[in-house]
Design a protein around this ligand. Sequence first.
Ligand code: 5AD
Ligand code: SF4
Length: 440
Amino acid sequence: MQYFIKTFGCQMNEHDSVKIGAMLRQMGYQPADRPETADFILFNTCTIRDKAQMKAMSEIGKTAVLKEQHPGLVVGVCGCVAQQQKEAVASRFPHVDLLFGPDQISKLPELLEKAPQRKRAVSALDLVNTQADYEFVSLIPPKDQSGATAYVTIMKGCDNACTFCIVPSVRGAEVSRPADDILNEVKGLARHGVKEVTLLGQTVNSYGRGGRADGVSFPQLLRRIADETAIQRIRFTSPHPKDLREDLIQEYVENQKLCRHMHLPLQSGSSDVLKAMKRAYSREHYLKMVKMLQAAVPGIAITTDIIVGFPGETEADFQDTLDMIREVGFVQIYAFVYSKRPGTKAAEMPDDTSLAVKEERLQRLFDLANTVARAHNDSLIGTEQEILIEGEGERPGQWRGRTAGYTIVNVDGPAAVGQMMRVKVSKAYNYSLIGEQVSA
Ligand code: 5AD
Ligand code: SF4
């Protein structure tokens, strides 16, 4: 029996797909190279923007033909579209056999068993909102499948109410994973050769809020991972700027395993837009925290997410965003045109800016971001950096690693995945560097 998983969306989804793959292998399935040879095809979907959802819908539609050719084929849909659009998926695609939401991954074996006898698609879509009821699937990859880096879930869901965002309605309330569970998973990963973990959650720095993590705060969790496991590098994504406190900044100063990088989603540089987004911080607050971070951790790389064209955003608001890109000096930005999500507060706000204007703003934003990123990378030429080799590079004989600041470095071999290597940066592009090995 073979399975094929197609994943859309964020790192949580990517990581969920890895966990689902591990579950399926435990059940005796093997990964298929192509959907055509699979007995089970699963779409792990994303609904954060309309485009992501449409793409998933169109891919699901295409499997109807495969099912005619291969009647035993089971087609499943999981992730955020399954959670939010169950009815639409089931009625538009009667060939879909099973559906489950992000909180119900552990039900997959049961659903696969029931699917062949189904009249209607079988489903598991409850949201679980308490620690006592929530089952975090633990992941220790088989030795032959572990790479240099791995994700580790530390919390699920989101208790904020950003007006543009669909996530709280598809991923439910925040639940923090017990610290001992997280530590055990990280220890297991380190034993299997993983060198770097990225802690995952919608708002990682509210980890432990409400006393659901045995009193362990996020900075304390970072410290325990550094002290009690053999992992060499720690990253996390994403913290919320409104919950960024000095204790986390101080942790960078004291914890040398913490990579000198923070992904801190800004969304907009205009305090008026931030207010309409209900982000609960102002432009000034964001800048103040960033300046504090940059002073405490010189050279720290800051990356961000930006939404362009939120309802009511004026050219002056947008200029404020451009200004912040220069002021902070983001080394990379992930930016998107605002996408209206049904059921969110922002979907009811008047929006009289045309898509053409929004797309033009996005282009201007990328142009500036490229210049800022390039200036940062140019400043690294001639410096020595420690990189972790993650895989093969672009050209034959070349290897690809990352600096602690998250920048990709291509370097000539010999090397091996998982190796820490000192390199001297010899050339810079907008989003990567070329390095040369420095003998130890
Ligand atoms: N439209 C555009 N971008 C969005 N994001 C979240 N919701 C929307 C939306 N409705 C972006 C935010 C978030 C990232 C994961 O996706 O920038 O940080
Ligand atoms: Fe997409 Fe958000 Fe769901 Fe991730 S949590 S898959 S970004 S909708």
